[in-house]
Design a binder for this molecule. Structure first.
Ligand code: ATP
Length: 254
């Protein structure tokens, strides 16, 4: 990836033809002391992961599977905000590269034409209540001509939507550039206040009815946008506003 125009994000890259999971590899590198900003990129994942033990379909040669290793000096409870910073960076990078109307489904999905184009998975390691490292994995469906049958209705690729083949290296470089900027804005305050407006502008469920699915209950609410902590503010039917954190729920309704 020759056009990487960053100070630290993706300055060191490990590239694999095939790997189990770029997040798992990043963890191993994190344990071995790899530096902040180290990027792992693979052509194919044999065991790509999503949240809660789900699978990320990762066929060969046509998509982006990457994980960045970070060593932020922030409280571990704030690490989920980095998922949102990466989501915003991926959406901005993809939008700049394709000129398409890319949107974000809080907290961790990138959406194109109401279908899932990309997903983000954040994992971390702590030691004595401090972050040792954070891994942010991003999977983006770029040049796939078709998707596994079970995903065909709800997911898509850039190629399926545009008929064009895209240069993955350029997309990665753009996303790293955006991420470096957004990470800095995040670190200045230790929260998302400087990214909130841009994030909310891309939020697909902004000012829309959504169905909130928590572990114990399900209900309809009106999504307002994220706050500086990255929580989704929703107005419930009785008029009260509630902030939900990404750990708790799944939002349906796009
Ligand atoms: P949801 O968005 O359905 O609430 P989630 O955000 O928890 O789920 P993720 O962890 O982001 O889901 O991703 C895993 C899910 O994404 C899988 O269960 C599958 O439905 C879907 N998926 C798997 N592989 C791909 C892919 N290559 N492209 C798009 N979607 C995928």
């Amino acid at each position: 990836i020759s056009m990487m125009d960053t100070d630290w994000a993706g300055q060191k890259i490990y590239y694999f033809d095939e790997i189990d999971s770029t997040n798992t590899c990043a963890k191993q590198l994190g344990e071995q002391g790899a530096s902040h900003g180290t990027l792992i990129v693979a052509e194919e994942q044999s065991a790509g992961r999503g949240r809660r033990g789900r699978t990320w379909e990762s066929p060969a040669g046509s998509s982006i599977y990457m994980s960045i290793l970070l060593r932020p000096e922030i409280p571990p409870v704030n690490a989920p905000m980095l998922t949102l910073a990466m989501g915003l960076s991926a959406a901005e990078g993809l939008q700049e590269y394709t000129s398409l109307d890319i949107q974000i489904k809080w907290p961790n999905d990138i959406i194109l034409n109401r279908k899932k184009l990309a997903g983000i998975l954040t994992e971390m390691s702590t030691e004595m209540d401090c972050i040792n490292y954070v891994i942010i994995g991003t999977g983006i469906n770029v040049n796939m001509k078709q998707l596994p049958a079970e995903l065909a209705k709800k997911a898509t690729s850039l190629r399926l939507e545009t008929g064009r083949i895209m240069r993955r290296s350029e997309i990665i470089a753009l996303i790293m550039k955006k991420f470096e900027k957004n990470y800095q804005l995040f670190m200045e305050n230790g929260d998302l206040r400087r990214l909130q407006e841009e994030y909310n502008n891309l939020l697909i469920t902004r000012e829309k009815e959504v169905r909130i699915i928590e572990s114990q209950e399900e209900y309809d609410a009106y999504a307002l946008g994220i706050n500086e902590k990255g929580e989704l503010l929703v107005r419930e039917s009785d008029g009260t506003t509630k902030a939900i954190s990404s750990g708790e729920i799944s939002v349906r309704g796009i």
